[in-house]
Design a protein around this ligand. Structure first.
Ligand code: NAD
Length: 260
């Protein structure tokens, strides 16, 4: 398939995990890319991987902090100056934050997680929607989480931010559908990326692999998801094929959200 020929896709969190896996899929199908992240080295690694599998791909890198509105405005302006349009926006950068009971959850930590996971997603939508409305076309995929549709525990900041992402998705979807723009959220379960490895280390310390086995024992499919499995979903949702899917939150979790 060549669903992204002549299309421009911006991906935040493009230096790692779900963002990188999705960038690779978009590149395979002819898309032009702007990858946004704080992590310069990771961005360069993503670019190298893309060039290996799809050497013709136009891929630009933008070092930016999604929690700073001026950075967001800058990477959107950069995309418009470089490519002149934005067809797909994978609004995906995020962190888990420290795990703790609510009473022990740090105030600063709560703010930090909200700043990145919620404010970052809002700033991204605010700037990209303006562009897409004018174009009369576009698709936004926000990364929420199973923690945005269910209670998981020990994740006050994460839960608040990801439930917030679901709310932002639904609110903007009803505003912008009339302009040909669709907005959806994905709710991944445990997908093996750097973020999940760090999360398991918080739970199990040096024995984090054992913590991982215990964690997936309650998943109906008894395994972690793979980044490329999320990438297949995200690329479909970013493509024109998914234009009528609007305001929807799609879980990709091996069925785990039905188990809680
Ligand atoms: P990851 O750590 O591999 O990738 C996240 C990327 O976001 C990193 O490259 C990081 O540098 C970047 N990032 C973090 N803060 C940033 C900021 N302020 N500005 C710009 N970039 C920033 O993790 P991942 O699993 O690929 O996570 C991607 C998204 O998926 C996150 O929003 C996460 O909450 C969500 N998610 C992941 C899982 C999972 O199991 N992996 C499950 C549910 C939701």
């Amino acid at each position: 398939m060549n669903r992204f020929e002549d299309k421009v896709v911006v991906i935040t969190g493009g230096a790692s995990g779900l963002g990188r896996a999705t960038a690779l899929e978009v590149a395979k199908e002819g898309g032009k890319l702007v990858l946004v992240d704080l992590d310069k080295e990771g961005l360069e690694e993503s670019q190298d991987e893309i060039k290996k599998i799809a050497p013709q791909t136009k891929v630009e890198l933008a070092e930016a902090n999604v929690a700073k509105e001026e950075d967001v405005s800058r990477y959107i302006q950069f995309t418009m100056d470089t490519f002149g349009r934005i067809d797909g926006f994978f609004n995906n950068a995020g962190i888990e934050g420290k795990q703790n009971l609510t009473e022990d959850y740090g105030i600063e930590e709560f703010q930090r997680v909200l700043d990145i996971n919620l404010n970052g997603v809002f700033y991204g939508m605010k700037h990209v929607l303006k562009v897409m409305k004018e174009q009369g076309y576009g698709s936004i995929v926000n990364t929420a989480s199973v923690g945005g549709i269910r209670g998981v525990g020990n994740q006050s900041g994460y839960a608040a931010s990801k439930h917030g992402v679901v709310g932002l998705t639904r609110n903007s979807a009803v505003e912008y559908g009339q302009y040909g723009v669709s907005i959806k959220a994905i709710a991944p379960g445990a997908i093996m990326t750097n973020m999940v490895e760090e999360s398991l280390k918080q739970m199990g310390g040096d024995d984090w692999e054992a913590a991982g086995k215990e964690f997936i024992s309650v998943n109906p499919m008894k395994r972690f998801g793979k980044p490329e499995e999320v990438a297949y979903l995200a690329t479909f949702l970013l493509s024109n094929q998914a234009n009528f899917i609007n305001g929807t939150v799609i879980a990709i979790d091996g069925g785990q959200s039905f188990q809680y």
